[in-house]
Design a protein around this ligand. Structure first.
Ligand SMILES: CC(=O)CC(=O)C(=O)O
Ligand SMILES: [Mg+2]
Length: 221
């Protein structure tokens, strides 16, 4: 029994969104980044959450907004220094997520040694599906995540290709940042990231377990 409160609308809790980068070797390779030997972590703000029915907004300062489809892990029981051996007891469920990324801004930040906040943490940068109860996904390291843009398949990856497993990530993160009920961990994206334009329609899914649809719109000032 992980949670005392109902996490089926975890995005309304306003908790942390902790993202893992470069967790599928093929993705850092396609961006000519090094494959990590330790998890790469960054955060999104709770205002990054957006749900089906509302648009993903193109930030006014980017010309290259990329999609990254990812498996999200919803934390049900918080903790610090969580051992890998019981890390899965802290999981309440999952969600399909997009880590929307202003790639041109991220490239500039990397060159200047600046943080990725503008590239990764802007409003609507974290579209999420409905909550998926833990029992629905027997093995989170054995599902396919996919994303289509205007009906063209762009990303298709298998969670068995993650470099760092979910128990390892929970344990690693909790030694640095205390995990709380309602936190969301994005576990990294497989290859195939690419740009979206205004009015593009993205449909993403986890096998045939869940799918979600979002449209991209220009931000009106
Ligand atoms: C280079 C990145 O943007 C890393 C990232 O977010 C990922 O999922 O990998
Ligand atoms: Mg990502």
């Amino acid at each position: 029994m992980a949670s005392s409160r109902n996490l089926s609308r975890f995005w309304e809790w306003g908790r942390k969104i902790i993202c893992v980068g470069r967790n599928y070797a093929e993705h850092p390779k396609e961006l000519k980044n090094e494959v990590p030997t330790e998890p790469v972590l960054f955060l999104k703000s709770p205002s990054a959450y957006v749900r089906e029915g509302a648009p993903i907004l193109l930030p006014y300062y980017t010309n290259n907004l990329h999609h990254e489809v990812e498996l999200g892990v919803v934390i049900g029981k918080g903790g610090t220094n969580i051992p890998q051996s019981n890390a899965m007891d802290h999981v309440e469920g999952y969600a399909l997520c997009l880590d929307m990324t202003a790639r041109d801004i991220q490239d500039q930040c990397k060159k200047k040694g600046l943080p990725w906040t503008l590239a990764k943490a802007f409003n609507t940068s974290c579209p999420v599906s409905d909550f998926i109860p833990k029992e629905t996904i027997q093995d989170p390291h054995n599902v396919k995540i996919w994303l289509k843009v205007n009906d063209n398949l762009r990303q298709e990856g298998h969670t068995s290709s993650m470099i760092f497993s979910i128990p390892f990530l929970i344990s690693y993160i909790s030694r640095i940042i205390t995990l709380e009920e309602g936190d969301l961990i994005l576990t990294g994206t497989p290859k195939g990231v690419a740009a979206v334009q205004e009015n593009d329609e993205m449909v993403a899914g986890i096998d045939d377990i869940i799918s979600m649809k979002f449209q991209v719109k220009k931000q009106t000032q």
